[in-house]
Design a protein around this ligand. Structure first.
Ligand code: T5A
Length: 230
């Protein structure tokens, strides 16, 4: 039985989440990491939260429009949880079982930081929602991209052009400073799972740090086929 379990574990893909404040460069780095893992011959899947499955994308629209906020912090948190539940069961778990490496732009640490620390939602409610939505599923690795708040906000503004900021981008500087601090605390509490990456650097330099962190954590990745190793 134990041997079969070990084989199942090896066949299962790895689950890597990216976290950080607004404009920290998560989407950019996920795309680059996916290319490298593909180059190493691994099946990879890129996804995001809130969203990532048809049902969760509908809830994403509601949340980022700011409508969830009108319901209060707890109800807004429940909407994030509902989206995650669908995403985990419809997309993430099946992909991992099929051996894909799943790279997810935000996961439950975002709820801990945004709704827990900043929205002051009761930790007992967050624990209960986590049990229901993700059960034992934890990321194998979480990369927290850290940038000064003004840098992240400038990048987010440049990316959206003349468009209006979304629900969370529109919060004040104090909120975003608190967010950065919340992520540092999450990393300090779970150093086995989380690595903080200084993302206040050119894209290629950040990508090299991300790649190093992934190779250190997963030495089983065959890098001999990956081009342009930084
Ligand atoms: N949320 C989410 C919760 O409150 N609770 C939850 O449980 C969850 C799951 C999602 C929002 O929902 C909240 C958090 C968020 O506020 P979103 O639209 O998905 O919102 O946005 P974000 O996840 O915040 O992502 P962003 O798109 O704002 O930023 P990224 O993905 O971190 O950054 P990226 O890669 O798009 O880069 C932004 C710009 O900067 C440039 C890029 O080219 C781009 O133009 N850039 C760099 N420029 C210079 N140097 C670098 N190193 C750069 N890297 C990227």
């Amino acid at each position: 039985m134990a041997a079969a379990g070990a084989r199942d574990d090896l066949a299962r893909g790895r689950f890597i989440t990216f976290e950080g404040g607004e404009g920290s460069g998560k989407s950019t780095q996920i795309r680059m990491l996916a290319e490298r893992l593909d180059g190493a011959g691994l099946s990879t899947m890129v996804t995001r939260e809130p969203g990532g499955s048809p049902g969760a994308e509908i809830i994403r629209h509601l949340l980022l429009s700011g409508m969830g906020r009108l319901l209060g912090a707890e109800a807004e948190t429940l909407l994030f949880a509902a989206a995650r539940d669908d995403h985990v069961h419809a997309v993430i778990e099946p992909a991992l079982r099929q051996g894909s490496w799943v790279l997810c732009d935000r996961f439950f640490d975002s709820t801990r930081a945004y709704q827990g620390r900043l929205g002051k939602v009761d930790p007992a409610l967050l624990d209960a929602m986590q049990r229901v939505t993700i059960g034992d599923l934890k990321p194998d690795l979480t990369l927290i991209l850290d940038v000064p708040v003004d840098v992240g906000m400038r990048r987010a503004a440049a990316r959206r052009g003349g468009g209006a900021p979304d629900r969370f981008e529109a919060e004040d500087v104090q909120f975003h400073e608190g967010l950065r601090d919340a992520y540092r605390q999450i990393a300090a509490a779970e150093p086995q799972r989380c690595i903080v990456i200084d993302a206040n650097a050119p894209v290629g330099m950040v990508a090299a740090k991300v790649w190093r962190a992934v190779r250190d954590r997963f030495p089983e990745v065959d890098v001999s086929r990956v081009a342009n190793l930084a």
